[in-house]
Design a protein around this ligand. Structure first.
Ligand code: SAM
Length: 274
């Protein structure tokens, strides 16, 4: 069995009882950095559990030996240096292979910086997208920010302290009044989460350059305006999936800003023609 196990992102007390038991009982722990994981194992008095290094650079060469252990029925645990494995951390290739082969897999949930940041941000949690690390080139960032500013939910990004000012400056140039949040040093002594518009956050960053680990959150945007024809197509498509015509109309009207009555009438005409 392969178990994906989340480890603390700053506070050792966040290691769950189930996580501790699973680490203690493992035949082998696959870790990004064996030295980091040994510190955790020492904390739970389990330094004797064998560890293999499994990181981005050896993921390919380690894949077969790891699969062999799993086929033999060993209990393997995959951890990253901190947080939830696979979330901007290694492990996806292994999980894909394990799922394809039909081998046993489990996950022990726990700390995950993007989720903790979302919870503290005060931004909507009902719909969100995870971006991971922001691209390093300004052109790619600009295109991504333009998408996030239209995305109808919260966008969660990782950014480094030495690039955060530049990124927020770029967001301010595109949308100075857009709601953002910046979470820092989550679960640690200096944890904070600052909320404000792009321009307010930029000013704050210039006055107090943030240090440590950061998560930048971009509040929901307004989708580009739909034409009445495009919106009608969406209502009809929703209706054909089984939604009632009035619910489908309400949903698309809310999203597009178009009038419900006008949209309902247009959809009725299309449905009558087909
Ligand atoms: N898999 C990890 C997780 O589930 O949290 C994320 C790993 S990613 C390589 C590391 C990035 O996560 C950092 O550069 C930072 O942006 C964010 N991060 C990790 N720990 C954090 C913390 N305690 N506070 C704020 N951000 C954190």
């Amino acid at each position: 069995m392969l178990t994906l196990l989340a480890t603390p992102i700053g506070n050792l007390e966040d290691l769950s009882l189930r996580a501790i038991r699973t680490l203690k009982e493992a035949d082998l722990i696959l870790c990004e950095d064996t030295r980091r994981t040994k510190i955790l194992l020492k904390h739970i008095e389990s330094e004797q559990v064998p560890c293999w290094s499994y990181h981005t650079w050896n993921e390919n060469s380690q894949l077969e030996p790891v699969l062999k252990q799993l086929r033999e029925g060993k209990n393997l645990v995959l951890v990253s240096d901190a947080g939830t494995p696979l979330i901007s951390d290694p492990g996806f290739e292994l999980v894909r292979a394990v799922v394809q082969e039909g081998l046993k897999i489990d996950a022990i949930p726990g700390p995950c910086a993007p989720i903790v940041a979302l919870l503290l941000s005060g931004l909507p949690c009902s719909r969100f997208q995870f971006i991971g690390f922001l691209p390093k080139t300004a052109g790619e960032r600009k295109a991504l920010f333009a998408e996030c500013l239209e995305y109808p939910g919260t966008s969660i990004c990782f950014e480094s302290p030495h690039r955060i000012e530049k990124s927020v400056e770029e967001l301010t140039a595109l949308a100075p009044d857009h709601k953002l949040a910046l979470a820092r040093e989550l679960t640690k002594i200096h944890q904070e989460c600052i909320q404000g518009t792009s321009s307010e956050l930029l000013l704050h960053i210039q006055q107090h350059p943030p240090r440590g680990e950061l998560v930048l959150l971009i509040g929901p945007g307004t989708p580009a305006k739909l034409s009445i024809e495009e919106a009608t197509k969406q209502v009809v498509a929703l209706y054909r999936t089984g939604t009632s015509l009035s619910d489908a109309t309400r949903e698309v009207a809310d999203m597009s800003g178009l009038r419900k009555k006008q949209l309902y009438q247009a959809a009725l005409e299309v449905l009558a023609l087909n």
